[in-house]
Design a protein around this ligand. Sequence first.
Ligand SMILES: Cc1cc2nc3c(=O)[nH]c(=O)nc-3n(C[C@H](O)[C@H](O)[C@H](O)COP(=O)(O)OP(=O)(O)OC[C@H]3O[C@@H](n4cnc5c(N)ncnc54)[C@H](O)[C@@H]3O)c2cc1C
Length: 376
Amino acid sequence: MTVNSVLVLGGGFTGLTSAIALALRGVENVTLVERAPAWARVGHGITVQGNALKVFQDIGVVDEILRRGFGADGVTLFHADGSVMMRLQTPKTGGEDLPATLGALRADVHEILVERALELGVKFRLGTQVVSFENHGDSVSVLLSDGTTEFWDLMIAADGIKSSTRPKLGITAERASSGLGIWRGVTNRLPEMTGGIAYPAPGDEGAYKVGYTAISATQCYVFVLCEPQRTPNDLPDWQEMKRLMEPFHGEFDWLRESLNESTYLNFQEIEWIFVEEPWHRGRVIALGEAVHAVPPLIAQGAAQCVEDALLIADYVTREGDLEAHLTEFQERRIPRIKGVVDASLQLAYWECHPGSPDAQPGRVMAQALAELVAAP
Ligand SMILES: Cc1cc2nc3c(=O)[nH]c(=O)nc-3n(C[C@H](O)[C@H](O)[C@H](O)COP(=O)(O)OP(=O)(O)OC[C@H]3O[C@@H](n4cnc5c(N)ncnc54)[C@H](O)[C@@H]3O)c2cc1C
């Protein structure tokens, strides 16, 4: 085996899935450092598509994710008045035995991954950061914020889109605005409300679109896609989200009225990055959103992250030249991720420029997902 000790930086979906996959492949010492002092149940819902469910199946957690989430075969598209435009089927990117897509609470998926990592003997160091690292041929020494310096066969930096490791690896690509902002909140739903997206009527201003994903038998996650900066007004957040949802009717009337001052919601600008220059230097490699993050318009961000995580464990536990394996790993990942990036950015452009004469969002979305049916 090429590596026996791996330090994983970051306890999001990429870091946790990498750590689990490495432990499953027999890497003796897998240690994960996370700057948060404790695992907190935070975050909204997430759409987990088939290819991400397939990864979760391979690492032994899919049954619990399916049990807690809400599986679906697609999403209904609505006009602003609440009438149905069409039903969009999601391709089964994880194979026939898994749902095409599933809505879940982020905190649930995270908790399941943490439990699985602990079960496999992954060591966690919470409240800890990497201060510096230095490559030494066949190892990397890492100074942590707890004052310890240790040598590792490999360090995986899964520290997210704002990665502080990325520039330290000499990567020059930088994150950029997608031109979009998003409000997200978790609220209740009626049993017949299984997932939808509504588009504004011509001339309507404010939201680019609104949508919701069922995340359990009783709950859903609602989003409003809009300009990247919050409208300057004095409204409390929940009232601002309601205001943006006002032009949308049917199921969205019910969802809007369910929002109140205690709804867990927030607003953020959506950024993106796609690093095509090498993700690794010596014994350090950046993965997941540290090297590719996209606007969530085909809901593939985390799916691509966990695909990275499962595959890296395969490559780094092969016999032979580790650096050559890391290069080969990236060469395999880039075309697949590029398809997701290109489609997501095209869709983001059309969201920001309503009325674009060449806009064909349905075709681009369907084609991008169809290409992911092939194994990663
Ligand atoms: C609005 C929005 C909606 C989305 N919806 C979906 C969706 O429906 N489906 C989907 O598949 N994807 C979606 N995504 C994308 C998905 O959320 C991300 O791709 C995924 O969560 C990234 O995981 P990650 O582990 O790479 O990064 P993160 O989740 O950012 O994890 C990085 C971790 O590293 C830690 N960290 C950072 N710096 C340090 C440091 N210096 N030291 C120690 N720890 C550190 C952080 O605390 C964090 O825990 C969405 C993204 C956005 C913005």
